[in-house]
Design a binder for this molecule. Structure first.
Ligand SMILES: Nc1ccn([C@@H]2O[C@H](COP(=O)(O)OP(=O)(O)OP(=O)(O)O)[C@@H](O)[C@H]2O)c(=O)n1
Ligand SMILES: C[C@](O)(CO)[C@H](O)COP(=O)(O)O
Length: 225
C-alpha cells in the first residue's frame, strides 16, 4: 500500500549563529532563498503529497513567504524551539501519514538521498546520517576529558522519516517530561524506539554559521542528483 507522505520544513528560526540582518533561510544563494532551494527537492518529488512549512509570525509578511503559497504548500506558525515548530506542523497532518522532517537550513539535499530514505519501511522510522570521521573529544570545560570511541558515532542529518502519529505522541511526551529534543529521532528514542540510520551525503550541510554560505553555494552549483 502506498504511504501518504508529507514533508515538514521547520523554517521559523532566527538564525542567531549566522549573524545576518534577517533569518538565514531568507538569504539568497544563486538567485533563490535558502528556503526555496530546500523546497525544490520536495516540490519536484512525485511521492510527496504536501509540504507544511513552519514560519515565524514575524516573518509571515516577508514577500518570499507570500510567493510560497501554492496548492501543495501549507504554512503554519512555528514555535519557540525547532521541536515546537515541528509539533505545530504535525497538527495539520493526519496520524496515518508518514512525515519527512527536513531543516529549511539544509538546501543541498540531493534527490538520491531523499529516495534512499523513502525506501525505508521501518515502523521505528529512519534518519539520514553520516558516520563521524573526525576524532571526537569529550570536553571538561576548556580541556579534553577523554577521546570517545567514534566507531559507533554518527552525525544526525535531515530529513528524518517517521509515522506522523507516533512522532506526535513522542514529541508530546518529551515536552510533558521536559526532555530537550534537538531532532525528531531523539523524541522517538525517548519513547523507546530505535530509528534506522541511513548513510547520507556529507554535502547535506546545515547552514549555521557565516562560513557555511560559501560551501553551500559551491554545493548548490555542483551538478548531480
Ligand atoms: N524555533 C525554531 C528554531 C529553528 N527552526 C528551524 O530549524 C532548523 C534548524 O535549526 P537551526 O539551524 O538551529 O536554525 P536557527 O534556530 O534559526 O539557528 P540558531 O540556532 O543559530 O539561532 C532551521 O531551518 C530553523 O529555521 C524552527 O523552525 N523553529
Ligand atoms: C535536526 C538537526 O539538523 C540534526 O542534526 C539538528 O539537531 C538541528 O540542530 P539546531 O541546533 O536546531 O540547528
Amino acid at each position: 500500500m502506498m504511504r501518504e507522505i508529507i514533508a515538514i520544513i521547520p523554517a521559523s528560526g532566527v538564525g542567531s549563529r549566522m549573524n545576518a540582518p534577517f533569518p538565514k533561510q531568507y538569504l539568497m544563494l544563486h538567485g533563490k532563498t535558502i528556503l526555496e532551494h530546500t523546497l525544490d527537492c520536495f516540490l519536484t518529488h512525485p511521492h510527496i503529497r504536501k509540504i507544511v512549512v513552519a514560519v515565524s509570525e514575524t516573518d509571515q509578511y516577508y514577500p518570499q513567504i507570500a510567493q510560497l503559497k501554492s496548492d501543495n504548500i501549507q504554512l503554519v506558525f512555528g514555535g519557540e524551539t525547532r521541536a515546537e515548530s515541528v509539533f505545530n506542523a504535525l497538527s495539520v497532518v493526519d496520524d496515518h501519514c508518514w512525515v519527512l522532517v527536513h531543516d529549511a537550513a539544509r538546501p543541498c539535499l540531493k534527490r538520491s538521498d531523499l529516495d534512499k530514505l523513502l525506501q525505508i519501511d521501518d515502523p521505528q522510522g529512519a534518519i539520514l546520517a553520516t558516520p563521524a570521521i573526525d576524532t571526537i573529544k569529550r570536553a571538561n570545560g576548556t580541556h579534553i576529558a577523554r577521546t570517545e570511541d567514534r566507531s559507533a558515532l554518527w552525525h544526525a542529518l535531515t530529513p528524518q522519516f517517521f509515522p506522523a502519529g507516533k512522532l506526535k505522541t513522542a514529541l508530546n511526551a518529551a515536552f510533558q517530561q521536559g526532555f530537550t529534543v534537538t531532532d525528531e529521532a531523539s523524541a522517538m528514542e525517548y519513547a523507546g524506539f530505535h530509528p534506522q540510520l541511513v548513510a547520507g551525503r556529507s554535502d547535506n550541510i546545515k547552514i549555521t554559521r557565516p562560513e557555511d554560505l560559501a560551501l553551500a553555494e559551491f554545493y548548490l552549483m555542483k551538478e548531480g542528483t
